[in-house]
Design a protein around this ligand. Sequence first.
Ligand code: KE4
Length: 430
Amino acid sequence: MNTKKSEQLFDEAKKYIPGGVNSPVRAFKSVGGTPHFISSGIGSKMIDADGNEFIDYIGSWGPHIFGHNPEFIKNALMAAIENGTSFGAPTEIEIKMAKLITELVPSVEMVRMVNSGTEATMSAIRAARGCTGKEKIIKFEGCYHGHGDFFLIKAGSGALTFGVPTSPGVTKGNAADTLVADFNNIDSVKNLISQNKNEIAAVIIEPVVGNMGTVRSNDLFIRELRNICSDEKIVLIFDEVMTGFRLAKGGAQEILGIQPDLSTFGKIIGGGLPVGAYGGKKEIMEMVSPSGPVYQAGTLSGNPLAMNAGYASLSYIKENPGIYKILEDKSSYLAAGINDAIKSCGKKFQINRVGSMMTLFFTEEPVNDFNSAIKSDAKLYAKYFHEMLNRGIYLPPAQFEAFFVSTAHSKEDLDKTIAANFESIKKAYN
Ligand code: KE4
């Protein structure tokens, strides 16, 4: 495959941008090789700077549930841009967007728009701390909530399980207020709560994780987590930046049947433009400035272009709830085809799939938490990734990510992917 132009662009990009990319995972560091610079996307396809065409399963890391550049989003943007791009003043489309989110997600009574998932999760934590007057938070090993300082923390050693920073620049103070529990392990949560009685403001969780690869919370665990947070007056935050509107119109909380106190959103709600949101119980959200004392702001929050793209995206979902059956059928067909290849090569990989998000883990054991996920062979995944890329299939350039099926993926796309997967798994193992 000719990647000359991408190589040239990457060399030039590294002169001006850290690592040549504006978000680290794009740099192919964990799979090796040169990232393909993309020129265009349409439907299920992306074309790179050298003219290579790929069936795309990243979908911009989640936003493109309808594939790239669907007509109805493009038309909404073209119409909106005629009126200007941004005013720094309230607009009607922001009301329509907020109302639509509260309609689609019953637990959200009030919502604030921001510009990224990170802004959404950071702001939700601040609102939880502001309304409870407590300072500590619990996150889960393997869950990612964006690059906010208090999230870049991993489980510390020792019984206290105080977090330790995963990045230079994150202070010990931040780490001390972030406690790390084990996903799908309710006792680890109970231990932290008993060791930090009446000090915990919030628990934040990806109810279906995408960021250690796809791992679903088990029903008993998530129900007990809900109950414990209610009993202990701890704000339960579902980080649905990836799962929101992806797994159902009401997100993971709809399929799990659990209502959090706050939810965070991103990706799909922007229709491909930069949008994040946090929302939930009115009594919490009314604490947010200017109705309350918890400060949070943003120059481009609720930007009319992004709102029009997002509103078109969510309106399509509201008017076509049947897309989730379509996504389920496409995704289960793909997963079954991948499974057949695994069985035929006598290897036991794990496919974790929830709706149209899934991960192929290169490990013989079931994956249901961080410790089982990291037993996957990332080197083998890297070989598989490149074999698939060379066959025109664009998967996440990292083992511990989810990939996504869109409504734009045709049966032909899925059959091509299944065939490429069959060849790639055999090659990866030899
Ligand atoms: P952003 O700040 O990247 O918009 O959202 C952060 C975030 C928060 N919560 C969840 C559950 C997320 O998945 C994310 C971002 N997801 C990654 C993909 N694993 C974005 C890709 C990237 O970092 O470039």
